[in-house]
Design a protein around this ligand. Structure first.
Ligand code: AFP
Length: 339
């Protein structure tokens, strides 16, 4: 990133809608994401693909997707339309929820489209300054409220209503992973910077058979505050000689979990009874992807019961929830501790 990149990583001296420190790159990513959503092709493709039971990403193996390639990002930064204007011109979106904005963006009726998108434009941004991988996470809903105008009710609904979800990971390569509701396996795309396009590299990706590598991934510094079943389950993993791996960027930790196997946990604790991660743009999209890949996603004990993540119904757009996801082998081990 160099000096300019380091400056973009610098904090804005503000906190975002969920109380986290906000970096300049958080704000820039939010603006780019909203700007990109002003261009209909991606959502139009999703629209074509979301029939009654979408299971496959449409198109050829070399699928062009207009997400944040670097040239595009630079163009967007130079001539960035103000977000409401971009949405007015889109025709694709009815409601947008961003981690970086307190309120949902409701697209004016005359330009409102069919989809609602909740996104964390730059997840893991506390890792920017030390050059550790970050990502973007998003979930797509179909608008359900009658009439043209959307409302927050279009995203405050059960997680299993999501029609598509995905993330981008900004690591050694820029990768994008997507799935549709009902899919078997997730689709992997890698950015080819020479083309400025994402090229599909793997289709129908699932967890390794049998659960894969024995890896548990959590912020163990919080362990004194966890409930006993979580403490006992993590102790079990150690007895079973699991390796600990924790990046602290959810995209990176979940990506590794899907590809290698194991489990990722950010459970509730006595300091944060609702957990840390956000339902709409962290918990739900990752749960849809993990389930599509043949894994499981649970809240652990939350509001008095152990729940499947996608059965939650959020009541506010920036709500948090505990997250326990990964291979069935390992998630079941954790959940068995609640029996
Ligand atoms: P930031 O975007 O503030 O870096 O938060 C990242 C995150 O939401 C998620 O990506 C990580 O899994 C989790 O928080 C890490 O939280 P801890 O720093 O408390 O372990």
């Amino acid at each position: 990133m160099g000096e300019e990149g380091a400056q973009r990583g610098a904090a804005t001296s503000q906190v975002n809608s969920t109380g986290d420190d906000q970096k300049k790159l958080d704000v820039l990513s939010d603006e780019i994401f909203v700007s990109v959503l002003s261009e209909p092709p991606l959502l139009a493709r999703i629209g074509r693909a979301t029939g009654p039971a979408p299971t496959r990403w449409p198109g050829s193996p070399r699928t062009q997707l207009p997400l944040s390639s670097r040239p595009r990002a630079r163009r967007a930064r130079r001539a960035l339309p103000r977000p409401p204007q971009a949405l007015i011109n889109s025709g694709a979106c009815a409601v947008l929820v961003s981690e970086e904005r307190d309120e949902a963006i409701i697209v004016p009726e005359e330009k409102a489209g069919r989809f609602c998108v909740a996104f964390d434009p730059l997840d893991g941004s506390s890792n920017i300054d030390c050059n550790v991988s970050t990502g973007t996470i998003f979930a797509v809903y179909e608008k359900k409220t009658p009439g043209k105008l959307g409302s927050v009710a279009d995203v405050l609904r059960v997680g299993s209503d999501i029609v598509a979800a995905g993330y981008c990971m900004y690591g050694a390569a820029t990768e994008m992973v997507l799935c549709f509701k009902g899919a078997t396996g997730v689709e992997r795309f890698t950015l080819d910077p020479s083309l400025g396009e994402f090229c599909r590299t793997h289709s129908g990706v699932t967890f390794p058979a049998g659960g894969g590598k024995k890896i548990y991934s959590c912020n163990e510094g919080n362990s004194p505050y966890w409930d006993k079943p979580i403490q006992d389950a993590v102790a079990d993993f150690k007895v079973k000689k699991y390796a600990a791996r924790y990046v602290g960027s959810m995209v990176s930790d979940v990506h590794r979990t899907i590809l290698y196997g194991g489990i990722f946990l950010y459970p509730a604790d006595t300091k944060s009874p609702k957990g840390k991660l956000r339902v709409l743009y962290e918990g739900f999209p990752m749960a849809l992807l993990v389930e599509a890949a043949g894994g499981k996603a649970s809240t652990g004990m939350f509001n008095g019961s152990v729940q499947r993540m996608l059965d939650l119904v959020p009541t506010t757009i920036h709500e948090r929830c505990p997250v326990i996801l990964g291979s069935p082998r390992d998630v079941d081990l954790v959940l068995s501790r609640y029996n």
